[in-house]
Design a protein around this ligand. Structure first.
Ligand SMILES: Nc1ncnc2c1ncn2[C@@H]1O[C@H](COP(=O)(O)OP(=O)(O)OP(=O)(O)O)[C@@H](O)[C@H]1O
Ligand SMILES: [Mg+2]
Length: 430
């Protein structure tokens, strides 16, 4: 007989309010098993594209990669959480037991005793006021590992930057727990990068003006403390007025790659890997076009952080779509970022260096991915031509201007000049 997992060696997996299976740890190795009734039901959504429903059970390596993908990419945060919960910082399973009820996507990972309450939609909300949010942002600025500052409702999210997640309902903020999800991600500016919150917001807004699908964000103050507030696209209000979770996973998770390899130059996914994966999607052409737009945009803003965890897929039943873009930012406002040294997070046509990328790389990229080179070039050139105006318009927006920062104007100027160089590079036929 196979050894049975003890109850603290199992976690139940709920997806969008339905129990879908169980994670088990036996002799230190993890498995995830779908419930048969779920797996064979019409319209079931997989936990991950790396764990297809065609197989009842998935093994240690894939499950570990997926679970780490739900946790912060920040060792100091992981260590702090592990210490707080008295579990090993090297056990994603052990940490998720305490923070797995609110993750990216629709999945919740909870101990058996929490399942019924969640299936019944039970949850609590600790309401907090703006003063308290301001206090938390201030603490986070001083201690970027202080992601958790509430008594209840411990979310988990990936990424390295200081952040917190809260629920916003009827203009009130709260820490949710149980079945109730967080709806917004709040990130203060990164220490050392002035106005990084605003940089991210401006890059999202300008991308939106150029027709790219992006997360909705704002930069605002809570009791005098400023942060970017990003609406979660993996939450929505259902027909009965309740908040629902929408499933997503990032590209590392979908490809079964651990988050430590999120950058291509560290063995992580390439644009070719991503496009191959997207080809299996039902709306493949649209998602691929949107991914190419995102790569081009990162080139045009000198966005160096477009790694495989900064793109996600929305999974609904058998449907796969590229999620709205998030975590966009430009290196151009920072004087210590020397442009000729800046590199894309993913190679385009064999080239990482932003100032070396040119027409032939985009042509090579198109050919390597079975895309029409003329169509790709035309699309990149179209985006390049619109950059200056899009950033200028965002910088002039009254809400942005009211923040009183010189950064959006400086960014707009630098993006315009960099985009001109990119347009020249796109015309180089040699
Ligand atoms: N608007 C959103 N809706 C849903 N999920 C989101 C949204 N924005 C970010 N996420 C999820 O939260 C994670 C962390 O967010 P984000 O990438 O902004 O953090 P970060 O710390 O700045 O990341 P990095 O370490 O890449 O700089 C993302 O990897 C993604 O899974
Ligand atoms: Mg990120």
């Amino acid at each position: 007989m196979a050894p049975m997992a003890a109850s603290d060696d199992t976690l139940q997996v709920i997806l969008g309010g339905v129990r879908i299976g169980e994670l088990a740890r036996v002799s230190g190795r993890l498995t995830f098993a779908y419930d048969d009734a779920y797996r064979t039901a019409a319209g079931a959504t997989p936990l991950s594209l790396s764990m297809p429903l065609s197989r009842p059970e998935h093994g240690d390596e894939i499950v570990e990669a997926f679970l780490w993908g739900l946790l912060p990419d920040n060792e100091r945060v992981l260590e702090k959480w592990a210490r707080g919960y008295q579990v090993s910082a090297r056990s994603a399973f052990g940490i998720l037991r305490h923070v797995g009820a609110d993750c990216a996507g629709a999945a919740q990972f909870v101990p058996a005793e929490a399942v019924n309450g969640i299936l019944l939609g039970r949850g609590e909300i600790d309401w907090i006021d703006e003063e308290e949010i301001g206090r938390r942002i201030k603490v986070l600025r001083g201690d970027p590992t202080a992601w958790h500052m509430s008594r209840t409702g411990q979310f988990s999210l990936a990424g390295a930057q200081a952040k917190t997640a809260l629920l916003l309902e009827n203009d009130r903020w709260g820490d949710p727990s149980g079945a109730v999800p967080t709806t917004h991600i709040i990130k203060p500016a990164i220490t050392g990068f002035d106005d990084h919150d605003l940089n991210e917001h401006v890059c999202l807004l300008a991308a939106g003006r150029l027709g790219l699908l992006t997360a909705t964000s704002r930069v605002r103050e809570f009791a005098g403390e400023r942060a970017i507030v990003v609406e979660r696209y993996d939450r929505r209000t259902g027909p009965d007025g309740r908040l629902e979770r929408v499933h997503q996973e990032d590209l590392c998770q979908a490809l079964g790659v651990p988050p430590t390899a999120k950058y291509q130059n560290e063995g992580g996914p390439s644009a070719e890997d991503v496009i191959r994966l997207l080809r299996t999607a039902r709306d493949a052409d649209e998602s691929i076009d949107r991914f190419v737009d995102a790569l081009a945009y990162n080139w045009l803003v000198a966005g160096t952080d477009g790694h495989a965890k900064n793109y996600s897929l929305l999974l609904t039943g058998g449907e796969v779509r590229l999620a709205p873009l998030y975590d966009l930012a430009s290196a151009l406002p920072y004087d210590d970022m020397y442009l000729p040294r800046l590199r894309m997070a993913m190679r385009v046509g064999g080239e990482y260096a932003i100032t070396k990328l040119s027409r032939r790389h985009w042509v090579r990229f198109a050919a390597a991915n079975g895309l029409d080179p003329e169509a790709v070039l035309a699309r990149v050139a179209h985006l390049a031509a619109g950059m200056g105006e899009a950033f200028a318009a965002v910088a002039a927006d009254p809400e942005i201007a009211s923040l009183g920062s010189a950064m959006p104007g400086r960014l707009a100027e630098r993006v315009a000049s960099h985009a001109l160089s990119c347009q020249t590079a796109l015309r180089q036929t040699a």
